[in-house]
Design a protein around this ligand. Structure first.
Ligand code: 6GU
Length: 262
């Protein structure tokens, strides 16, 4: 996997290339990554990358010529790479896109600044437009870093644990179960007994229920949009019947306001 980032702030990527999981993946040659200065492809002494918009209005637009030259140069070095433009108008990035990107040879990532890039860059030079969410950043650099981080951890061999990436939240469209590490008691809050029991069947069951509870409470939309397994349907039914019996017990005691209790 090869990432070539086109940006007017290549130094912003120093941290990403040199620390953590991405840094290690580069060191181990599982990925390669470079940040290329778009200014190196300008033709004037001021190394201008932006200009005023035709039709007037505020803000500046990234000029097409330096960008086109930078993309051409990156494509000559990495002909199998797809060109990705980071823009708030792009397709919202998610785990499914990260997984599909992880199977590609590489990406030339264009980080827009100012109000955007000249539209003619999008016509035939760009393969994918990607956004990281519905809010506006002043440039695509942080978005590119997020995409690179999410894709790199899915490249085979990058993560140590055999299947830790496969178990992550969103891959199976349920949130991950709760995690605990030592100490067994932290400020009076104990780790659930079952996790200390060594009973792997019971631990698996607890983790499944923890995933379901967390998804239901934090992201019910993920359950609503999911084809539930029989085990998941059974658990939801069990919760329903427990909730019903709690409500019925309240009515029987006459403390439920809808039953006319005092
Ligand atoms: Cl990819 N770029 C910018 N400038 N803003 C964004 C974004 C990208 N994704 C969300 N907001």
């Amino acid at each position: 996997m090869e990432f070539s980032v086109l940006t007017i702030f290549p130094d912003m990527f120093h941290g990403l290339w040199n620390y953590g999981m991405v840094g290690r993946a580069i060191e181990r040659k599982l990925i390669s990554a470079s940040a290329i200065d778009i200014r190196d492809f300008t033709g004037d002494k001021h190394r201008t990358t932006d200009d005023r918009p035709y039709g007037g209005g505020c803000g500046m637009v990234m000029k097409p010529e330096p960008l086109a030259r930078a993309i051409d140069s990156a494509r000559q070095k990495s002909p199998a790479s797809a060109v990705l433009l980071l823009t708030p108008q792009g397709r919202p990035f998610n785990q499914e896109m990260a997984r599909s990107f992880a199977g590609e040879d590489g990406f030339i990532m264009v980080c827009g600044r100012y109000e955007g890039v000249d539209e003619r860059i999008c016509y035939d030079l760009v393969d994918h437009e990607v956004s990281i969410g519905d809010y506006i950043l002043t440039g695509g650099e942080l978005a590119a870093m997020i995409v690179i981080e999410a894709v790199t951890r899915l490249v085979p061999g990058v993560l140590g644990g055999e299947d830790s990436a496969a178990l992550d939240s969103f891959t199976g469209e349920l949130l991950e179960h709760a995690h605990f590490t030592r100490p067994p008691d932290f400020e009076g809050q104990p780790v659930p007994d079952v996790l200390l029991s060594g009973n792997h069947r019971e631990i698996e069951k607890w983790r499944f229920e923890s995933s379901m509870v967390r998804t239901f409470l934090k992201r019910p939309d993920l359950l609503e949009n999911r084809d539930l397994s029989q085990q998941e349907v059974d658990l939801l039914k069990e919760w329903c019947s427990r909730i019903e019996s709690i409500v019925q017990a309240q009515s029987a005691r006459g403390t439920d306001s809808s039953s006319g209790g005092e």
